[in-house]
Structure formats: structure tokens, C-alpha cells
Ligand binder design. Sequence first.
Ligand SMILES: [Zn+2]
Length: 1013
Amino acid sequence: MASSSPPVHLFFLISFFAATWLPVESAYIAYNTSGGIVAGKLNVHLVPHTHDDVGWLKTIDQYFVGSNNSIQGACVQNVLDSIVEALVADKNRKFIYVEMAFFQRWWRQQSDVVKKVVRELIASGQLELINAGICMHDEAAVHYIDMIDQTTLGHQFVKQEFNQVPRIGWQIDPFGHSAVQAYLLSAEVGFDALYFSRIDYQDREKRKDTKSLEIVWRGSKTLGSSADIFTGIFPINYEPPPGDFYFEVNDKSPVVQDDPLLFDYNVQERVNDFVAAAVSQANITRTNHIMFTMGTDFKYQYANSWFRQMDKFIHYVNMDGRVNVLYSTPSIYTDAKYAANETWPLKLDDFFPYADRTNAYWTGYFTSRPALKGYVRVLSGYYLAARQLEFLMGRNSLGLTTDSLADALAIAQHHDAITGTEKQHVANDYAKRLAIGYAETEKLVGSSLACLTESVSYSQCDNSETKFEQCPLLNISYCPPSEVDLSHGKSLAVLVYNSLGWKRVDVIRLPVISESIVVTDYEGREIESQIFPITSAAVDLRNSYVTAYLGISPSVTPKFWLAFPVDVPSLGFTTYFISSRKLAGSKTAMSTQYSSQEIQNSNTLEIGQGNLKLQFATDEGMLFRYFNNRSLVETSINQSFCYYSGYEYDASGANPQASGAYVFRPNGTFPIAPDRQVPLTVMRGPILEEIHQQINPWIYQVGPIPTNDGIGKELATQIMTTMTTNKTFYTDSNGRDFIKRIRNYRTDWELQVNQPVAGNYYPINLGIYIEDDNTELSVLVDRSVGGSSLLDGQVELMLHRRLLHDDGRGVAEKLDEVVCVNDQCEGLMIQGKFYLRVDPSGEGAKWRRSTGQEIYSPLILAFSQQDSGSWTKSHVPTFSMADASYSLPDNVALVTLQALEDGSVLLRLAHLYEAGEDKELSMMAEVDLNKLFAGRKILKLSEMSLTANQARDEMEKKRLKWRVEGLASTTAPVRGGPVDPSKLVVELGPMEIRTFTINFDHMLPKINTEKKA
Ligand SMILES: [Zn+2]
């Protein structure tokens, strides 16, 4: 074991030898790094930066501490340690830091001495925290609520520790850029500019030619110029310019050698290189300011190595005088751009899809790792609901918080996390963090519901007698609390919590072991219910996945699904009871099951109760007609499946692009003809009708995708209608605005089509729809997927991908997810849902928006077994946070309700409709806060920026107004006015999200629901 001597001794030793051996006159050069902007010259802004992925080839913690270096030599501690010393050494030097997940890890380990130094560096602007979310989130596969939450978490940290408000969006690496990032996560956050590098290679070439890499981006049709953001796209990437300017210790660029007593003196050559790079970039840039992004992934592990060279460049290039160089930041650069008073090209919609070269569309990652994507979405909705309960109970009142789930979800939004573009061990790390976060939050939810439902004072809540269990694996038909024997007089209380601001009527389904079941509401009335047999495929999947993930074999196997309708108040709960009591005239109906044989006796089969009917052709087993008796919509429709075979790496080098985790590159489309006539199983009953189809052995659930033929496959489903859609379809931006897409067309340039499938894929988080003069067809999704409309009248969604080659973008692993039981591994199976509806033309928005909220925020179920029917004597059976008569308007969602550390409460309300989207619902909405928070008095209400780190009016005052090229003034958007503190009614214009902090007179609730006697 070697011990290291303190660095200070080493320093004296070197000084001693230097003084002894070197001639005094050439020992020291004081580099002049003090230059600022010089008017009339070309100003080169050197922006020293590092890009630190919050997990990719290594896990976040491995990157932080610098372990697992055989995969990638990267240690973020080294970066942060060394930039502090380098910045202290010269006050002209500057640095930006972006990813708060790393910065927080580092910060909590620092001494008070270092913290004081860093606070000074940040206060002086030498070290600037920009973007400053927990991670640099992806922009395709993320939901806007997750984007807001993870950015808020970082911004709150920066505000609390450093009293800083980040000014700049720095999304330099995500693989394409969304409209929601532009208007919501930039303009509405109060950023002055947004910078990034990845846009389509064809788009980039045109923008270079027209000096249009820097633009004003208007991402929202509805909010228009009120949410413009100045946006800079880098000419190539986020690295130093061409010409060898990389200076990590092991980089190969020639350093500036300026000691005449040493060989290889090269000052003039390097100055010439620098001036050439500057002139080249200036030729494609408006104004006399250009930015050199001096850094790349995990650089500055020994920061002085870079700063030493940049000191010399600034010194010698400024002596040369042809161009002016300065240490800068994106903030300084943005201010210089603004001061130039230039006009800028206007950009609408978004930057999807992204291709970095011919045949390389990064549209595979819209679907890659569908299980991780699904897990993130489920927990996102759960986190929203859990924070409501945390607010209701008072933060930390139970010794539990939602913080670890918040942190895990934030990290999972990273552009190599939810995207599915990380190595398998890193994907496992994200899932593990989410599972740990869920486990703590599940306890909080269970205890909170127990407390709310027990008729006790809140001080006794930490030892409630009621114990609730939940069923996070209900998606694989596994729910131990409902799979219990109720034959000996026991009953099961099912508490159903609704996190939506509206009363909700829905059907819930639970696995049960017996069909002798009765469901009652809290007033003892029997509820109609229906029993379905659980299919053997579902049982097989349940049993093997429970073994794989929990390491146990389920002790019982449920035989049935129990389905019953529930009616739950807004922001509250109600309770139902399941027992085995046999009542005369029971309302529990066993589904009538029809087998293929019985069905085949007629040509067509119709299913659906009420207004909606679906007709199937019994000979082919295919859906062919959709009919709604109420809206009178009728459409010919069918669903089919196909797979794309993944392009393989061509060793000849002629065509090296394979399909992989990032890139979708199909090598042929193969329709999946059913193996035989598709067997239909139909179940009918009073509540639900179901039709089950098994297309082939691996399309029932999806997977395991077979690859034993040596071919990777990407599975898609198509819904085909006879609608006339003229190449046009609509996909959402991060679950919020819908953007018009036209097949084989881009708004900003003449598209050269070389990938007619992959190049027409777009990210989908909420849904996709098509329309013609008569009807519109919408499909909503339960997680992020890729999709398109490759033919008129058609919608396509990619469901799952299993590939045998790496696509050459650095991850260096094939996307081949497996699940192992007792060392036997097979391809991952995916079960998912999509929701389809046909509406009369112009009437689909209401369904898409309301159902979209229900999909995002499923009902939360909590179970408690009891011995007798005495629950309602000791429990509050139903509860709503809001006034009993109140619910949010149909066009408004509560997207955040969260108790903050300082005792205040964070509230976000979102208008769900775009301008003109729906005749009635695109209007101004009003929310009455007094009624929303029944029983509490609002003492103070402050409107804030989106991430709640500054007052909204302060933000608006600082907003830079950029000039747009050749554009007349536009009409002002509809936005809600200031809130009158005496009325406390919040107005919301279309697509508006308003953020408030609130102080209440008391934090604990006064339940205004009378105890049932
Ligand atoms: Zn990255």
C-alpha cells in the first residue's frame, strides 16, 4: 500500500528544482485572459463544458465515483474537483455545469471550505449552473409532467443552495427536439435561450447554407409569440470545432508550445488553426459572435489540461488580432446575440425525426425497452397521486416521503435511460432505483390512506390499525391481497383512490380464486359484477414472471377476473367490499364464453354493449367494422401485425448501418399471417365484453420475439381503415400538443426520402390520430412508442424490438432483452394496451384529452382484509379533498400538488386543450381554489415560473423579445389574468400551465365527510 504525500510538499519540491535549473528570464508567461467582447471584431466565445450522462455505458454512481473504468474511463468527481481548482487559479476562466444528479452527489461530500469557494464561483458567474435539471432529459420518449418534475427538482436545488435561477436551456445531446421542450421547458421556465446539436443532417446542411442554425423557435401554436425561445443549433456537434482543439490529458491535438527553449515551438501555427476555425464558423453564423463548445463527454477530469491551452489561445490569438477570443458562457453569448439586434428565422413545430446520416433514423429508440418505458409511465402517474396524499397528510408526518421515487423518476428521464439506449446493466440500475422509490412511496400511500380512512385524530396516524396492501404487479395478473379465501366470513375492503380532479366512473378488475363473490358499496348495496376466466396464457406469464422478478412461486393460482364498476369522487376515495356471502338474486354474473366452434356457426360476430359495436368476420377472425349507435360513426376497420427484419451490419463496409437500440433500419416488411385461422374466444356479460385473439405463438402477449432464424425483429401493428387521409396524421409532443405530420415531407426543407418507413416514424406519448371529412380515428397509448401512418387511412404502432446487432452509436450492445427463470432465459414478453376510438370529424379531441388523463392516472387500489362487515363503523368510507359539490372543469388537470420542504405547497394547473381543438373546451377555464381546497384557508398565493424558482411577473419582466425575420405581428394568445386574492379563482387559457406556491393556514386536513354510523 503506497501512501501519498500531501500535494503541497510536491509543489515546493518542483519549485525548488525549477528555480535551480531554469534560466530566470524565460520561466513565466502571464497569459492575458481578461479580454471581453470587442465591438467590430469577430468574437469567439469559448464555452468550456463537460457532458456527463446520467448513466449510459456505466451506471450513474459508477460514472460519479469513476469505477468500472474498463468500460469507459470516466469519473465525474474528477471533473468537479478539478474545475474548482482551475477556476480559482484564474478568475477570467469560466465553466458551465449541467447535470444536477452529479452535482448533488458531489456537493454533499464537500467540506465547508470548498463549499464556500464554490458558492463564490457561482455567485461571480465563473461557474454557471445551466439547464440544471437532475439530468438532461430525453425529448421524444418522455411525458411533459416528468420533464417538468425532473427540471423542477434540479432548479429547486439550485435555488435553495445557491439562490440562482438558471438562464439557459442546454439540451446538447438528446436525439431530436420537441415542441414542448421549446415553449414549455424553455420559454415558460424563463430561459433566455436553448442550445443543442442533434438535428437531421439534411436540415443542418440547408441551415448552414442559409445561416439559419440560430432561430426563434415558436413551439406552441396556441401560445404563439408569448412562448418564443431563441434557439442555437451547433454547426456539427457539441465538441470543439474542426482543427484539433481537444485537450484532455490523453487527447492527441497539438498543444500550444510557446517555450522557445523547448523543441516544437508552434504558436503561430496554432493561432492560424484557431483563426481558420473561427472564420469557417463565422461564415455560417449571423452577427459577429460565434460559440466554440470546448468539451465533450466526461471531459475536464483534469481541467487544467484544457484551461492551460485555452489561456494560451486567448493570449496569442488576441495578440494576433484577427479575431477576438474570450472565456464565455452560453449566457454571455446569448446576451451578445441579443445586443446585436439581428432578426432571426422563425421555426415552428419540432425537430423529429432525427437522422445523423443517410439510412440512420433514430426512430427505433421511440420503442426500445418497452417494459422500462411502461414502468416509468406507471410510476409517473403513481408519483403524482402519492404527492397528493403526502400533501393531505403533511410532508414527512409519517416519517416517509416521495423523495426517493422523485429522484429515481428524474434520473430515468435521462436521454440514455428511458430511451432504452443504455447497456443492459444500466437499464437494470434505473429499474432498481425505481423499484426502491416505489417501495417507499407505496408505504406512504398505504399509511396515508389508512390514516384518511380511520376516524382518528391525525396525531395517531403513524400507528394506524388499518393495514393496506397494493398490487403493483396487477399488470401480470398478480395481486396476492385479492387472491384470498373469503369463504369463512372474511371480507376484503377495496379502497379506490382517484387522483383526477373529476369524479370518475370506471371498471376495475382483480384476480380472484373463487367465483362465489359479492361486491357491495359502503352503504351495503350490492354492485353488479362480472366474472371472467383468466386465460392460461395470462396465468403462465404471471407465474413465470413472478418467479423471475420476485424469486417466489405464487402459492395460489387465481382462476378468475372479477370486474365491477366504481364511482369515485375527485381527489379522493371510496370503498367497496368483496365477500363470499351468497345473496338471493346475486348480481355477480359469470361471463358467457363462446368458443371458436360456436362462433363459426355464423359469418359475423358482433361484440360490445351499449352504443359501440365491433364486428368480426368469423372465418378469418378479423375485425372489419366499427359502429357507434350514438355518434352514428361507422368505419371499415381491421387490425394486422407485421415485423420488420432488422438490417444487419454489412462487414464489407458498403452499408454499415444496422438496426439497433437507437436506429430503426428495416430490411423488409413481413406481414404476419396468422398461423391458422385465428381462434377467437369471446366473453360476454353485463359489464364488459372481451374478445381474445392469439395471432401466433408469440403474438398474444408480445414475445418472446423469436430470433432463432438469426434475424432481429421489430414488431408493429397496423389499424387500417378506408379513410381518405391525404398523407396526413397527427402525433403528440410529449403528451401535450398535437403536431401535424405529412408522410415523406418536412416543413423546413425538401426531404430526400431514403427510408420510407423509419423516416416517417414519430414519437408518441399520448396518441396518434388521422381524420377525413367524416371521421377521425384516434389511438392512445399506455407508454411511449414509435408510430406512423404509412398509408392513407392507416395507423401503425411499433410494439416491441429484439435485435441482434449494435447500431454503432456507442452503446456497443445488441438490444436483446431477456427474462430468466432458473437460468433458462427467453426474450422479454410485453403486455400493453392501446385505446382506439372513432369519432365524427372534429369531435375526437374530447375523448383523447379525457381518456388520456385517465390512462396517465389510473385509479389506485388498496386492499385490507377484515373479519366482519364492521368497517364502516370505524372508517370513513369516502372522501374528497375538494368541496363535495366541486370538480375541476373538463378542460383542466391538476398536474402537481406537492408539499414542499419549507411548508408551502406547489400547485400546477394545466389547460388540456389547444386553441381551436374543441368547440367548447378550448375556451378559457376557471378553477376556484377555495372549493378545490375545502376546509383550508389560503393565506398566500404566488404565481411562479414553471419550475417555481422565480416569480412569474419577474420572469416576464426579464424576458428577451427577439426579432423575427419578415413577420408581421401576430395576435396575442389567450392567457389567464392575475388572480384576485379575495376571490382566488385561477383562469387558464388554452394550453396554459400555471404554477403557484401556496401557504395555507394549516397543513393538516379537516375531513368534511361525516363518519358513517
Ligand atoms: Zn448524452
